[in-house]
Design a protein around this ligand. Structure first.
Ligand code: ASP
Length: 302
């Protein structure tokens, strides 16, 4: 039996105009959310729960938190709609599932898990993903309910040609974990990029780009400019660096350096190694995150 570990992120990016920290106070909501998600996932792991259940739980908590750009609170497309991407993977049998451009579920990460467990496929998109949700009894949630007033106002301001008050805050969410049995898992969920072309799919649901988990290597969840992460197969690249002997933090930093050197781009990633050591790196001003320490306490950082 080994010590369980969890690391959670709430997106890499800049502080946004709606962030309390940009007006001088502590960045309370964004850090409170990742702390709560990590704490609840850690409690599950400490009860002997599976890494797969822990990452799903952490991501669901953040999808339900309107502070983040995932699930409720997702940013809007150029058409003013919510289109969500998510994926999940377990490192024992390398099973994985993903959904892209989904418009009508509360928790895309759980739908990704249904793709993994109830179909012979890895990735379902749009209406096909919604059809699986309905067949599995997952209730439809209206797009209007997923789009918060804050995201709607941001969209209306952009449509009216208002200059952006500050660089866009990101807010993709993800988790990587190791359970007592030594198994790894990772999951990621996002509303994608603000004003994206309808149908655009980023790295989040692409296994090996936004998410990867292999007990022999590492569990990884990424956030940032998805097109660059896809081109670098970032999550798998970072996992391979751990497999080659780098500590998770060093693997994350090196993968990011390689990306900027080759294709540019910004973002960050979280990593859990095969013996449960968490690591992260980002080249953006901030990346909200929370992780468990060996003594069972949760640490947060921005
Ligand atoms: N990686 C996400 C995407 O490209 C966005 C983000 O993490 O901020 O859809």
């Amino acid at each position: 039996m080994s010590i369980p570990a969890i690391i959670v992120h709430g997106g890499a990016g800049h502080l946004g105009p709606d962030d309390p920290a940009s007006s001088g106070g502590p960045d309370a909501p964004r850090l409170a959310g990742v702390r709560r998600a990590a704490a609840e996932a850690l409690a599950l792991l400490q009860r002997g729960g599976a890494a797969l259940d822990a990452v799903e739980l952490a991501v669901r908590i953040l999808e339900d938190d309107p502070t983040y750009n995932a699930g409720t609170g997702s940013c809007l497309t150029a058409d003013g709609e919510v289109e969500m991407d998510a994926s999940i993977m377990e490192g024992e049998g390398l099973r994985c599932g993903a959904v892209a451009a989904v418009k009508d579920v509360q928790n895309p990460v759980s739908l990704a898990r249904l793709v993994m467990e109830r179909t012979e496929h890895v990735l379902l998109v749009g209406p096909g993903a919604s059809a699986l949700a309905r067949a599995a009894g997952v209730p439809a949630v209206s797009n209007e309910r997923l789009a918060t007033a804050a995201q709607r106002a941001r969209f209306e301001a952009a449509r009216a040609g208002a200059p952006a008050a500050a660089p866009a805050k990101h807010g993709t969410v993800g988790a990587a974990a190791r359970d007592r049995a030594g198994h790894l898992a990772a999951a990621t969920s996002t509303g994608g990029t603000f004003l994206k072309r309808p149908g655009r799919v980023g790295d989040t649901p692409i296994i090996g780009a936004g998410t990867y988990a292999d007990d022999m290597l590492a569990a990884v969840s990424c956030t940032g400019q998805g097109e660059r992460f896809i081109r670098m197969t970032m999550a798998r690249a970072a996992a391979d660096l751990v497999g080659a002997g780098h500590a998770p933090a060093e693997a994350a930093a090196q993968a990011l350096r390689r990306m900027t050197g080759r294709v540019g781009g910004d973002g960050g990633l979280i990593v859990v190694g095969p013996v449960g050591e968490p690591g992260f790196a980002h080249n953006t001003p901030v990346m909200s995150r929370a992780w468990s320490r060996a003594d069972g306490t949760i640490e947060v950082g921005l």
